[in-house]
Unconditional design. Structure first.
Ligand SMILES: Cc1cc2nc3c(=O)[nH]c(=O)nc-3n(C[C@H](O)[C@H](O)[C@H](O)COP(=O)(O)O)c2cc1C
Length: 361
């Protein structure tokens, strides 16, 4: 299923080593001014070029709008956008159909799609597919910004290194702090340690995972479509579509299981003419609906599977044990590249729920 969303829908297309990757977005009303430089800035955030800690694949990721905009204003029809794949090297992937990489999608994809499965560069399972998610989310965040909603994702941890910051820090200051570091973490000391840890893992032919934390401020009370399309369900659905995401939690998340009700419940208060809570263990969601408190989610990203070390595999033709040594170009840690993806995906889901709840016209 390459399509996601209900009132605001995205269909992603392309593959890692095909001619392009992109997205078609349906549901953007006519007359919306689409900030193209802002979309490009979001694409640049996930782009590997110019980063010390990313794959050496050199893709410019220049945004091309194919249809749906007239002079930067939506015409009410589907918006189709793509970026070209220009730096394609197929050779390192030629044997992966027979000898799957541990931890990547090669094995189930080969069984599901047969010998013609496109596994080059990861095919449709590549992180490159998230280009479409970023474009769609960047358009959505324009819609949210017009209603005073701001969304930010930052890195909470990489491997064993954990960042800290005050829970109530304004998003603008977190954004400024995070922008100074390739890992996009707002704790400068931790960010330096994270970057050193990624460098060390790369030198050792290994990789690291980590946790991305996402916050959305300024949301109205009552977004979400219970029963099945609760805010958590929709966000988790979208987050788990991002390759390498292995865990999602909201608010106190798994820690809630070890708390008592008296500790976990967020007391209500009347503050500045509205209802607030004095803590936010709920992560801004009760009953699948937004509470008007900051929405807080954390997403666990696994360590990159394609590492430069010999690994045990099976030759699917002979059924013999063998060793696979992954070549090609890979991120030693996916987290710094996934931060912007998860931020934009969040905006997309919230805008879709906004249309569904009648909050966005
Ligand atoms: C932005 C981004 C970049 C990625 N880069 C790589 C990479 O360089 N090498 C790799 O093996 N996997 C990379 N991945 C992850 C794989 O696409 C993913 O692990 C694989 O498709 C298997 O899916 P799963 O991990 O969700 O089970 C990346 C993912 C994202 C979101």
């Amino acid at each position: 299923m390459m399509r996601f969303g209900e009132r605001l829908r995205m269909t992603v297309f392309g593959s890692s080593h095909g001619p392009e990757v992109g997205v078609e977005i349906e549901g953007v009303p006519a007359g919306v001014i689409v900030d193209l430089p802002a979309i490009q800035r979001q694409l640049d955030r996930r782009r590997p070029v110019g980063r010390r800690l990313a794959t050496r694949r050199h893709e410019e990721d220049r945004l091309e709008i194919d249809r749906g905009l007239v002079d930067g204003i939506s015409d009410g029809g589907p918006i189709r956008a793509h970026v070209a794949n220009t730096d394609v090297r197929r050779a390192p992937y030629e044997r992966l159909g027979d000898v799957p990489r541990p931890g990547h999608a090669d094995y189930p994809a080969r069984i599901r799609y047969g010998p013609t499965a496109d596994l080059s560069g990861g095919g449709i399972f590549s992180g490159r597919m998230t280009v479409g998610l970023v474009i769609a989310g960047a358009i959505a965040r324009g819609l949210l910004a017009g209603r005073g909603v701001d969304v930010l994702a930052v890195t909470r941890s990489i491997g064993p290194v954990e960042a800290t910051w005050p829970a109530e820090a304004p998003l603008a200051s977190l954004r400024d702090l995070a922008a100074g570091h390739e890992v996009e973490s707002p704790d400068p000391a931790a960010a330096a340690l994270m970057e050193a840890a990624i460098e060390a893992a790369r030198r050792e032919g290994d990789s690291l995972g980590g946790i991305v934390e996402i916050r959305a401020d300024g949301l109205p009370v009552g977004l979400g479509e219970p029963f099945f399309d609760s805010v958590e369900s929709e966000l988790a659905h979208a987050y788990f579509s991002v390759p390498a995401v292995k865990g999602v939690e909201f608010g106190a998340g798994f820690a809630a299981a070890r708390m008592r009700g008296s500790e976990h419940n967020d007391p209500f208060v009347w503050l500045d003419g509205r209802v607030r809570t004095t803590s936010n263990h709920a992560g801004g969601i009760l009953g699948g609906l937004t509470t008007g408190m900051p929405l807080v989610a954390r997403v666990a990203v696994k360590p990159t599977s394609s590492i430069a070390r010999p690994q045990q595999s099976v030759d699917l033709a002979t059924h013999r044990a063998c060793t696979v040594t992954v070549t090609g170009r890979h991120d030693p840690c996916i987290v710094p590249r996934a931060v912007g993806v998860l931020e934009n995906v969040t905006a997309f889901v919230l805008a879709d729920l906004g249309f569904r709840g009648g909050w966005l016209p």
